[in-house]
Design a protein around this ligand. Structure first.
Ligand code: NSP
Length: 223
């Protein structure tokens, strides 16, 4: 029988393909992305990750067993002290002080995506929370691995560090754990509930696409 996450991956394929083909990612892979766009992305991603870390904290609260609770608290810690350290390192290279990074005004897309996730997770149970966060972990792992396989991409003087983080084994193992958890939580659920989780997963996948697009456009509030 097909695993639930296989069904999710298939359903999201047209959206994920659009992300892989987005100029933000093709130019990042080729090393030609405008540094201004990359810096904009990192600042937006930094404030997005603050809410994302809260999502993991909420996962620890909603977990029903100690193992799940422990991994969610590790995910929260690794976001705040591992992933966001990458962003702080880049900010330092760009001469952006830490306070300025943290005070970044979230773009309309950043607000919409982060609040969508927190709202869905806050109102639902652990399976809803995992369905909304899964595209974030899984698509970055897929994007990172694809980029790391491009000869020379991981050694790029600017983008290499980003590619090594998301294409690396540590990030990959955490993404795998989230995939396994989704499958376990979906076991035995009626089709109506599976379809609702799939919709959550697809909406987050759409927001992932929008996030790349907003970064490429360097989206700002119109007024
Ligand atoms: C928007 C977004 N989505 C996912 C990830 C990977 N944690 C991220 N850094 N930023």
């Amino acid at each position: 029988m097909m695993r639930f996450t296989e069904r999710l991956r298939r359903a999201a394929d047209p959206i994920w393909k659009r992300s892989h083909a987005h100029p933000f990612l093709t130019e990042l892979r080729e090393g030609t992305l405008d540094v201004k766009r990359f810096a904009y992305y990192l600042k937006q991603d930094y404030v997005y990750l603050i809410d994302y870390a809260k999502l993991f904290a909420l996962g620890a609260v909603k977990a029903r067993d100690l193992e799940t609770m422990t991994v969610f608290s590790e995910l929260c810690h690794s976001t705040l002290c591992g992933e966001m350290e990458l962003h702080r390192g880049y900010a330092e290279r760009f001469g952006v002080p830490r306070e300025e990074l943290e005070a970044t005004r979230p773009s309309p897309t950043t607000v919409a995506y982060a609040k969508y996730m927190l709202n869905a997770a806050g109102q639902g149970s652990l399976k809803d929370l995992v369905a909304v966060l899964l595209p974030c972990m899984w698509s970055y792992r897929e994007i990172g691995a694809a980029m790391a396989a491009v000869p020379g991409a991981s050694e790029h003087p600017l983008f290499g560090e980003w590619i090594r983080m998301y294409g690396g084994d540590e990030f990959g193992a955490l993404a795998d754990w989230c995939i396994g958890l989704m499958d376990r939580l979906a076991e035995g659920l009626p089709e109506r509930e599976l379809a609702s989780l799939e919709e959550r997963f697809l909406d987050s996948s759409r927001y992932e696409y929008l996030f790349w697009d907003a970064a490429y456009r360097m989206e700002e509030w119109p007024v």
